[in-house]
Design a protein around this ligand. Sequence first.
Ligand code: IPM
Ligand code: MG
Length: 380
Amino acid sequence: MASSNRSLLVLPGDGIGPEVMNEVRKVIAWMGKKRAVGFDIAEDLVGGSSLDAHDTPLTDAAMAKALQADAVLFGSVGGPKWDTADFTKKPERGLLRLRKEMDLFANLRPAKVFDALVDASSLKPEIVRGLDIMIIRELTSGVYFGEPRGIVDLPDGQRMGFDTQRYTSGEIRRVCAVAFELARKRKNKVCSSEKANVMHTGVLWRQEATKLHAESYKDVTLEHMYADALAMQLVRWPHQFDVIVTDNLFGDILSDEASMLTGSLGMLPSASLGAPDATGRRKALYEPIHGSAPDIAGKGLANPIAETLSYAMMLRYSFDLGTEADIVEKAIENVLAAGYRTGDILGGGIDAKAAIAKGLKPVGTQEMGDAIVKELDRMV
Ligand code: IPM
Ligand code: MG
C-alpha cells in the first residue's frame, strides 16, 4: 500500500487485546483497499507482554513512538500472570504512562444502545432502548496520579496504604470545556458529577464547572449530581442524561456501569484526547473500555466490536473521516441486526442452542470480524 500521511501506532497488549486487534486489522485493510484510507502502521508491545520481553510495561522507545504517532490504537493490558509484579511494573502502569505522558486528559466513553441488543441488556428494554449517552472521564489526574501515595509501616506495627485525590482548577476547566463543546453537538445537556458533599476536590470541581459554564457556555444546560446518586440514576432512568463529565475514578466506575446498559462491556469504545496543538491536532489514544479478559483469552470468544468501534472513533476524531466512521458503525449495526452474536451479547442466561432457536447466530471472534468485513463489502 502506498505510504500515507497518517501514522498509527498499534499496541495490542495482553489477553484478548491481540485477538480483537486482529479483527480490526481486517477492517483497516478493507478501508485501505476500498476507501483509500491508509495508514503508516507501527506496532509495539505494552503491558505484560512488554514486561516479559523488556522488563518494563512500556519501553521508552514505545513511548516515543506513541508521542510521534497521529493516533494510537490500544488493545488491553493485564492478566493473572503478572498479578504479583512489582507495583511500578504492573501491566496497567504501561497504559497509565501513555495517558499521562501524552497528556490525554479527556476520555470520551460513549454508551450507545444498538436496537438489536436491547434484549442483551440486563435492564428492561424500555429503560435502554434508543439510549445514547457520552461519559467524559478526566484521565490524567485525580487519585490515579496524586502524590503522595504508597504503603508505609506504622509505629504500632500496622501498615497504612494511602492515595491522594487532587485536582487543580485548570484540570477541571479543560475537561469540562470538552464536555460543554461536545454537548453543543448533541442534546446540549451536561451533568457534572463529583462528591462535593464530602470531598474538597468535589467542592472545587462544582465551583469551577459552574464558573466556566457562566463564563462561556450559558447556552448549554448544566446540572450537578453526586456520583453515588448518578450511579443510581444511570440504572433508574438513563435517558435523562446526554453528556456526563466526571473525575478519573468516578469516571472509571460509572463507565463500567454504563456499559451494562448497552448489553456488554464488549461493545464500548473510547477515545482519549489531549489538548489541540497550534495546528489543531490532538494527541489521541483509542481503546475499548473492556480489559484483557484473561478467562476467555486465546479461545476465540472475545467480542471484537468495542475495538472496531474504537477504530471508528479514531477515524472520526483524529482524521476527520466521519463518513468512513459512519460506514463502520453502520456495518456493525447491520451485523447485529442480522443476528450475529459473540457470547457476551447473546442475552442473559441464554446458551448457544437457545440462541439459535431464537434466530441468532452465535459466533466467535474471527467470525464476527469476518461478518463485519463482509457487510462492509455488501454496503459499499
Ligand atoms: C479503564 C481500565 C483502566 C483504568 C485500568 C486497566 C488501568 O479499568 O480504562 O477503565 O482503571 O483506568
Ligand atoms: Mg475501568
